[in-house]
Design a protein around this ligand. Structure first.
Ligand SMILES: *Cc1c(COP(=O)(O)O)cnc(C)c1O
Length: 427
């Protein structure tokens, strides 16, 4: 491969010189991945504890998913939606039955999925609920993360994500997360058309709401005739040890009608792991009453629903089932939190561990603007484990769901040893 660089240093210099500086990566240059492992240019092996922000739930370069990509790539890659293709319909049948909705609208990136849901929600509000045109409001939550487009950053709480990108899109009402009373108050506004929520706030530092919050969002939306829109781009598809995070503690492998635990959203947004990290695939799922507002010419994407994406997503979803990754995430997540909670008892630096399934965060006893979490992540890298801070004092730990119990214990050993070493140096 002629594009490959000789050293990590060279690769970092190239990115620094020729690429826009829109990220601040850890200083590691990856050149290979397999399962829970990645390797750098020099051949050093690491456990991946980010999984590309939970896109690689099925593990790096899963042979079945990559196999589906290769086979379809030799056959047909892109037709656009100007014509039918022979992969889309079967994928749509599979994905709607899998998640329990009448219809799916296929897109590519997560942010496009969110944009799509916002558009459908507004159109539903005007055409079905009877809200006056251009007056619709969507309720969102403090510390949300839904992507990077101009409309989505219009309701972000992150100053850096917004500064000098205005003017912004109107029509969003932001309220505190995990606050049922505030939600009920906001839903009394006459022109509310929907509530857009992450069932667990990943980027905010794995904020897990009370068990009754998501069911309350669902109920209150029903009561006030607003659409409950779940952004499960990061939390969905086994990550939290449930089929979806909105399933709460339900252990079913698929959607079920156990109303006590499953709060069915009116719209479900998926991305990231729906492709196993192999190709950009996102999707918005809804039932006919909602999706019917979309008619020819009202929305689209050249690449959305292309045959490659369909075959990759089909394979990626089947791997989740066949390898029982949801159950594995549930089992390993508990082991991880038990070990980290025990470690936090002894450690001065670790305040607490929180999360669900294999979406967890360790909170460090320092200021949110400190560099401590970053420094620990650099030390973890040196010890063979890759993780990334979400704030100055929070580290997210989200390995691929194909990890074994033995590997997880080895990783907990690395994390505990690294933090203990760091503590000893600081003391
Ligand atoms: C990553 C993410 C997005 C945006 O997805 P992109 O593919 O990066 O556009 C939206 N919502 C949530 C919850 C995410 O984690």
């Amino acid at each position: 491969m002629i594009h490959n660089v000789a050293t990590s240093k060279e690769a970092m210099q190239l990115e620094d010189k020729y690429g826009a500086h829109n990220y601040h990566p850890l200083p590691v240059v990856l050149s290979k991945g397999e399962g829970v492992f990645v390797w750098d240019v020099e051949g050093k092996k690491y456990f991946d504890f980010l999984s590309a922000y939970s896109a690689v739930n099925q593990g790096h370069c899963h042979p079945r998913i990559v196999g589906a990509l290769k086979e379809q790539a030799d056959t047909l890659t892109l037709t656009s939606r100007a014509f039918y293709n022979d992969a889309l319909g079967s994928y749509e049948k599979y994905v709607t039955e899998y998640f329990g909705f009448h219809k799916v609208l296929p897109m590519n990136t997560g942010a496009e999925g969110v944009e799509t849901a916002i558009k459908i929600c507004r159109k539903w509000g005007y055409e079905k609920k009877g809200v006056p045109e251009n007056e619709g409001e969507i309720i969102v939550f403090d510390q949300n993360f839904h992507g990077r487009t101009t409309t989505i950053i219009s309701f972000s709480s992150d100053a850096g994500a917004r500064k000098n990108f205005g003017p912004f899109t109107h029509g969003f009402v932001k309220i505190p997360y995990n606050d049922v009373e505030e939600l009920e108050r906001a839903l009394k506004r006459p022109n509310v058309v929907g509530v857009l929520v992450e069932p667990i706030q990943g980027e905010a530092g794995v904020n897990v709401p009370n068990d009754d919050f998501i069911p309350a969002v669902g109920e209150l939306c029903k009561k006030h005739n607003a659409l409950f829109i779940a952004d499960e781009i990061q939390t969905g598809i086994g990550r939290t040890g449930s089929f979806l995070a909105v399933c709460g503690n339900c252990t079913c492998e698929h959607h079920c009608e156990r109303q006590s635990t499953y709060t069915k959203p009116d719209m479900l947004i998926l991305g990231k792991a729906i492709s196993g990290g192999v190709y950009p695939v996102s999707a918005v799922l809804a039932d006919n009453e909602v999706m019917s507002v979309i008619t020819p010419g009202t929305h689209g994407s050249t690449f959305g629903g292309n045959p490659l994406a369909c075959e990759v997503a089909l394979a990626a979803l089947r791997v989740i089932d066949d390898e029982h990754l949801t159950q594995n995430a549930r089992k390993l997540g508990k082991i991880f939190r038990d070990r980290m909670a025990a470690f936090a008892e002894k450690s001065e630096m670790v305040t607490l561990v929180r999360g669900r399934g294999l979406l967890n965060a360790v909170v460090i006893n320092d200021h949110p603007d400190s560099s401590t979490a970053w420094d620990i992540c650099v030390a973890l890298k040196d010890n063979g484990l890759l993780a990334k801070p979400t704030h100055g004092n929070i580290i997210r730990f989200a390995p691929p769901l194909v990890m074994t119990e033995e590997q997880l214990h080895e990783c907990c050993d690395i994390i505990e040893r690294t933090i203990a070493e760091y503590e000893a140096v600081e003391a």
